[in-house]
Write a protein that binds this ligand. Structure first.
Ligand SMILES: NC(=O)c1ccc[n+]([C@@H]2O[C@H](COP(=O)([O-])OP(=O)(O)OC[C@H]3O[C@@H](n4cnc5c(N)ncnc54)[C@H](OP(=O)(O)O)[C@@H]3O)[C@@H](O)[C@H]2O)c1
Length: 253
């Protein structure tokens, strides 16, 4: 039984985070590093990853990689295991929303969305799970969304990918949790990032979203810190296959 004062600790764990250069993935990678994990940040842009490393401090490494390149994810798994050994924790935060309407969505827009938001978390996890199985401990954290259960205009491909994430999370739990590997997802409400610039550039829309929450505001990056540390630590050892909505109660009403 873990010491209660240590329950939420990630100290000494190796974590890799996709989408670590921006927004919520960056916040996740930073909070894990500041909580004492060794963190490998992944995104396509090398410069922004260097910025993230400077901001996070701690023990970090960076790999510039396109995680939508499904056939190369085995190579990525090897690459992220070089600096600190095989990851104990993987956070899949890289994501895209093309905002194409149902009438206008293109095959390319559909494929890029499903490829990055849904296929990459599965196939990268598949390559990292053997290392977690060998340790008998692992944490997989996917990124769900309000659109996991709600339909928003211009969100047909994104919503399909994020609804898929909920079932992927349950299926990962079914497949791997008997090996000490939990799989859960966080479901953020509205947070101001590059991804949601279109929403936050419209003050009325941002205010309407804030009003829809029970708490009365949109999310701030640090609202994710506690939920992420919970899902990445021993505190959540008996929690798996779940979507933890971090949305100020948006989906509660
Ligand atoms: N912001 C919100 O309100 C909100 C709400 C619900 C769910 N989410 C989810 O939270 C996650 C993070 O979103 P965000 O708002 O933080 O977005 P963001 O600020 O746009 O950041 C996206 C990150 O993903 C990386 N990325 C994009 N395409 C990539 C690729 N092909 N390969 C590797 N990395 C890639 C980007 O870096 P590069 O461009 O350099 O690759 C960047 O680091 C997403 O899954 C999103 O769906 C966000």
């Amino acid at each position: 039984m873990a010491d209660p004062s240590d329950l939420f600790s990630v100290r000494g764990k190796v974590a890799c985070v996709t989408g670590a250069s921006s927004g919520l993935g960056r916040r996740a990678a930073t909070v894990l590093a500041q909580a004492g994990a060794q963190v490998i940040g992944i995104a396509r842009g090398a410069e922004a990853l260097t910025d993230w490393q400077a901001e996070a401090g701690g023990d970090t490494s960076a790999v510039a990689f396109d995680v939508s390149d499904r056939d190369a994810l085995g190579d990525l798994a090897q690459e992220v295991s070089k600096p600190f050994g095989s990851p104990d924790i993987v956070i899949h935060a890289a994501g895209i929303n093309t905002r194409q309407t149902a009438d206008d969505v293109t095959p390319e827009g559909w494929d890029i969305t499903l490829g990055l938001n849904l296929s990459a978390p599965f196939f990268l996890s598949q390559h990292l799970v053997p290392g977690m199985k060998a340790k008998g401990w692992g944490r997989i954290v996917n990124f769900a969304s309000l659109q996991t259960t709600r339909a928003f205009p211009g969100g047909i491909a994104y919503g399909a990918s994020k609804a898929g994430i909920a079932q992927l999370t349950r299926a990962m739990a079914e497949a791997w949790s008997s090996h000490g590997i939990t799989a859960n997802a966080v479901g953020p409400g509205f947070f101001r990032t590059k991804l949601t610039a279109a929403v936050f550039n419209d003050p009325e829309r941002a205010a309407a979203n804030a009003a829809q929450t029970c708490i009365g505001r949109n999310g701030e990056p640090e609202d994710l810190d506690g939920p992420l540390l919970f899902l990445c630590s021993d505190a959540s050892a008996f929690v798996t296959g779940q979507v933890l909505m971090v949305d100020g109660g948006f989906t509660a009403k």
